[in-house]
Design a protein around this ligand. Structure first.
Ligand code: HEC
Length: 140
């Protein structure tokens, strides 16, 4: 069911984000990094910390991280075209996944990897550049 839903979202919205690595340093000097880019960088680091806690059995997803996820669709992106209903739908999917992980006492590893899959789902449509990096967050 979820898969079908995601499939429907993958309509022809191939907008590439300005912050893809290929574009490099020059464009970053001209355009200040967007609020969304800065949020994503923080989320990447926080997700890595959560990963370490889950691996060590010392913790799980935090309320702070869920708040960051909930803010994604409010943060100003580098390209105004990124603010649209499809984007918000992907944001809602990752929030649901995060809340599932928060309430689960077992299978935290699987739950965390599913969360990372929801990062990747949105990135496939809106910002493919960082996908290889995001995949490294998964717990093997
Ligand atoms: C709802 C869509 C969406 C979700 C969910 C999402 N991202 Fe992003 N991400 C983006 C967009 C769009 C950008 C580009 C931002 C811009 O150009 O303003 C981005 C940028 C990034 C970047 C690049 C930042 C830089 O330095 O240029 C990283 C890394 C990243 N996201 C990691 C993640 C991780 C990790 C998750 C899951 C915890 C995640 N993203 C979830 C849409 C999303």
């Amino acid at each position: 069911m979820l898969r079908i839903f995601i499939g429907c979202l993958l309509v022809p919205f191939f907008i590439s984000c300005s912050s893809s690595q290929q574009e490099g340093i020059i464009s970053n000097k001209l355009n200040k990094d967007s609020e969304l880019t800065l949020l994503m960088r923080k989320m990447y680091n926080d997700a890595d910390t959560i990963k370490q806690h889950i691996k060590a059995g010392t913790g799980t997803i935090t309320e702070e991280f869920i708040k960051e996820l909930a803010y994604i669709h409010n943060a100003t992106p580098s390209d105004p075209k990124l603010s649209n209903p499809t984007f918000t739908a992907f944001n809602n999917l990752i929030l649901t996944e995060a809340k599932t992980l928060q309430t689960s006492s077992e299978n935290k590893v699987e739950g965390f990897n599913e969360l990372v899959n929801r990062c990747i789902d949105c990135h496939k449509t809106f910002c493919p550049g960082p996908i290889t990096r995001i995949k490294k967050l998964k717990i093997n």
